[in-house]
Write a protein that binds this ligand. Structure first.
Ligand code: SAH
Length: 223
């Protein structure tokens, strides 16, 4: 399985390129050594079309087909750092598998990842990449994640990589008490990344992290 990918990379996709990316993430304020270490060792170039792979370790979002993008490395690092907090996460939901890169980072840092994607061909490609990296604590599901994943709830944390106009109440409901939701919210003119901590069954604490630019959270599935 791994043979179809050049996991180590070379030239623009080599370990040196990953090391440089990590230095730039630190310069941008990422401090979690666990996150930096996962990003140092994960070959982002295999999550991108070969024709674009030379740009894999620059801090850019890149197209992955179907009008979707792989998130920029800084935002993957930032969202993961916020999500991890200071206690171990056993069960995490990701909404928007996309390329599977964010999923791969998460899988190295938490117990188990459930990741949902509404576009089946993207999910299929992500699955092959995650298998090549031997990340077996991931379950990929083809569904509309705007409703969360009720039969696997509650989750210690939920990470959403596409932006709804308002936070779906289902996602809050499916968080464990003390759990964290990291989500971009707003239309494409002005989105904010929010950190929402569920303090009790009916009380959440919301922090605005920074302005972001994600593809929209859409409803329905594409097979
Ligand atoms: N973390 C991914 C980001 C991909 S872009 C990466 O770095 O590659 C966001 C993804 O969310 C897209 O693949 C899009 O199809 C998916 N998406 C949008 N709305 C969704 C929904 N309601 N349920 C599941 N996935 C959704």
């Amino acid at each position: 399985m791994a043979e179809q990918f050049n996991l180590r990379g070379s030239g623009m996709t080599s370990q040196r390129a990953r090391d440089r990316l990590v230095v730039s993430l630190q310069e941008q304020g990422i401090v979690s050594q666990r996150v930096l270490s996962a990003m140092r060792s994960t070959p982002r170039h295999i999550f991108i079309d070969e024709a674009l792979a030379h740009g894999a370790y620059e801090n850019n979002a890149l197209p992955i087909g179907y009008n979707q993008t792989i998130s920029q490395p800084y935002i993957v690092a930032k969202m993961t750092e916020i999500l991890l907090g200071d206690k171990p996460l056993h069960k995490v939901l990701e909404v928007g598998t996309g390329s599977g890169y964010q999923t791969a980072i998460l899988a190295q840092l938490v117990g188990k990842v459930f990741s949902v994607e509404r576009i089946k061909p993207l999910q299929d490609r992500a699955k092959i990449r995650l298998q090549a990296l031997q990340l077996t604590n991931v379950q990929l599901l083809h569904s509309d994640g705007g409703m969360g994943l009720k039969d696997r709830a509650p989750f210690d944390a939920i990470l959403v990589t596409a932006a709804p106009d308002v936070v779906p109440s289902e996602l809050i409901e499916q968080l464990a008490i003390g759990g964290t939701l990291v989500i971009p919210v707003g239309g494409n003119q002005s989105q904010q990344l929010k950190k929402i901590v569920k303090k009790s069954a009916n009380h959440c604490e919301t922090t605005i992290v920074e302005a972001v630019n994600f593809v929209p959270l859409l409803s329905g599935v594409i097979s």
